[in-house]
Design a protein around this ligand. Structure first.
Ligand SMILES: C[S@@+](CC[C@H](N)C(=O)[O-])C[C@H]1O[C@@H](n2cnc3c(N)ncnc32)[C@H](O)[C@@H]1O
Length: 404
C-alpha cells in the first residue's frame, strides 16, 4: 500500500499530504496509509506516529464530529492555533508575536447546539458524526459542562414529543444562573394541546426556560447571565462566549487594552459581554444588529448599580457602519464581529482619529484582512493573543489591540 507523509495541518485541522490530498485524524510528520477517494485519504492507518499523538480523552472521538484534534497533545493544539493566526497574518505580509494560547478546561462549554431525531425506540440527542448527517449520542462528551450533559434526558423527552424521524431538531442550550435556557428549532408547530405537553415536559429541575421556534413555552426561572456588575436576561438562542473562562480571558484582555479610555464604543456588543465590564470605568455606547439583544442589554443596565452610563443602539454595522464623525466621539473602540469580520466598519475606523481599538475575532482569516486595513491606516498591532474556548477543535479565537 502507498505510504504518505503528512506535511502539515490545514487551518481546519485536516492533514495535508503531497497532491494535495487531505486526511483527518493525523499529525504533521506522520507516515500513513489509506484509500484515496477523490482528494481525500479515508480510514488512514498510522505507520509512524508523531510524538504529539495522544490517546483521545473522549470515548466518542472517533465518530463524533464535534472535536477533530483529540488525537493531539494540548501543547500541539495550542501551537497549531498560534500557527493558524501567524499564517493568516504572513499571507497578508504581516508578522506579529502571538502570546501563549489560553485554553479553557475540559467540561467547561456552557453553550451548545444539540441535534436530535425521533427513533423507533424514542429519541437520539447528540452531535453529528464526522462528515455525516447521522446524529450520535455523546454521554461521555469531554467538552460540555456537566449541567448541559445533565439535561439531555429532558431534550430526549422533548424530541419524542415534537421531533420527527425524518427531520432534525436543533436545541440551542445555554447554562445560565437560573438554569438551562432551551431554544428548539425544526420541530412540530407549537399549537393546541402540544403546547401544554411541551410546558409539562420542560418543567424539570435545572431548566430555566423553553422556547419552541418563536413561541415562549414556559419560564420556570429567569435565565440570567452576569456580565460584570450587570445581570442580563438574554433573548432565546442569544450569542455568548462559549466558556466562562474564555469570556473572562477575553474581558481581561479587552479591559487592559482600553485602560484609561473615558468614552468607549462596543461594536457588535451582543448582550453586553464587554459593555458592562468596560462600564466600570468608562461611559459605553453599545451597537448591535439584534434588537432583542439590545433590549436585554438595556434592561440589564437599568437594574445595575455602580456603573458609568451605558447607552445602546440597534444598528446593522455591515450596511450602516459608524462613520468617522460618530467614531471620533470615543477614546476607544471594542469590536467583536461575527465570522465574516467587519470590513465596512473597519474601513470607517481606518479613517477616524480613534486612538485605541480592541479587536476580538473568531476567524483568523477575516481578522488578518481587517488588521491589514488598520495597520495601513497607521495603527500598530499589540498584545495579540489566542484564546481557545473550543478545546480539541480547530476553531481559533483571537484578541488584539491596535493603537496610534
Ligand atoms: C461574535 S458575536 C459577539 C457578541 C458580544 N461581543 C459578546 O462577546 O457576547 C457577534 C455579534 O454581532 C452581531 N451581528 C452580526 N451581524 C451584525 C451586523 N450586521 N450588524 C451588527 N451586529 C451584528 C451578532 O448578533 C452577535 O451578537
Amino acid at each position: 500500500m502507498t505510504r504518505y507523509t503528512v506535511e502539515r495541518l490545514g487551518h481546519q485541522g485536516d492533514g495535508i499530504v503531497a497532491g494535495p490530498l487531505y486526511v483527518s485524524g493525523v499529525l504533521p510528520g506522520e507516515v500513513i496509509t489509506g484509500e484515496v477517494e477523490k482528494d481525500r485519504i479515508v480510514g488512514p492507518s498510522i505507520v509512524t506516529p508523531s510524538d504529539h499523538r495522544v490517546k483521545a480523552p473522549c470515548s466518542h472521538a472517533k465518530s463524533c464530529g464535534g472535536c477533530n484534534l483529540q488525537h493531539a497533545s494540548d501543547d500541539f493544539v495550542a501551537g497549531f492555533k498560534r500557527g493558524v493566526v501567524q499564517t493568516a497574518l504572513t499571507t497578508r505580509g504581516m508578522t506579529a508575536e502571538v502570546c501563549a494560547t489560553e485554553t479553557s478546561p475540559p467540561a467547561s462549554r456552557r453553550r451548545a447546539v444539540f441535534s436530535a431525531r425521533r427513533t423507533k425506540k424514542g429519541a437520539l440527542v447528540g452531535f453529528h458524526m464526522k462528515a455525516s448527517d447521522t446524529v450520535i449520542a455523546v454521554p461521555n462528551c469531554k467538552v460540555l459542562s456537566p449541567v448541559l450533559l445533565g439535561i439531555v434526558p429532558v431534550l430526549e423527552d422533548l424530541t419524542v414529543l415534537g421531533g420527527s424521524r425524518k427531520g432534525t431538531l436543533r436545541f440551542t442550550v445555554t447554562e445560565t444562573t437560573g438554569g438551562v435556557d432551551i431554544l428548539a428549532e425544526g420541530g412540530k408547530p407549537a399549537d393546541g394541546p402540544f403546547l401544554a405537553q411541551l410546558a409539562q415536559t420542560s418543567a424539570k429541575p435545572g431548566i430555566a426556560r423553553l422556547t419552541w421556534e418563536d413561541e415562549l413555552i414556559a419560564t420556570q426561572h429567569t435565565p440570567a447571565v452576569n456580565f460584570g456588575a450587570a445581570v442580563v436576561t438574554p433573548p432565546p438562542g442569544a450569542f455568548f462566549q462559549a466558556t466562562q473562562e474564555g469570556e473572562q480571558t477575553l474581558v481581561s484582555a479587552v479591559l487592559e487594552l482600553i485602560d484609561g479610555a473615558g468614552r468607549v464604543a462596543d461594536l457588535f456588543s451582543g448582550c453586553g459581554t464587554f459593555t458592562f465590564p468596560a462600564a466600570q470605568s468608562a461611559e459605553v455606547h453599545a451597537f448591535e444588529g439584534e434588537k432583542a439583544m439590545i433590549a436585554s442589554l438595556e434592561a440589564g443596565w437599568r437594574h445595575a448599580k455602580g456603573l458609568r452610563t451605558v447607552t445602546a443602539t440597534t444598528r446593522d454595522l455591515f450596511r450602516r457602519p459608524l462613520l468617522p464623525d460618530e467614531l471620533n466621539k470615543f477614546d476607544a473602540i471594542i469590536i467583536d464581529p461575527p465570522r465574516a469580520g467587519a470590513e465596512a466598519q473597519i474601513a470607517e475606523i481606518a479613517k477616524s482619529d480613534v486612538a485605541t481599538i480592541a479587536m476580538v475575532s473568531c476567524n483568523p482569516v477575516t481578522f488578518a484582512r481587517d488588521a491589514e486595513v488598520l495597520i495601513a491606516a497607521g495603527y500598530e498591532m499589540r498584545n495579540l493573543k489566542v484564546v481557545d474556548q473550543f478545546r480539541w477543535s480547530s476553531h481559533v479565537e483571537v484578541v488584539a489591540g491596535f493603537h496610534r
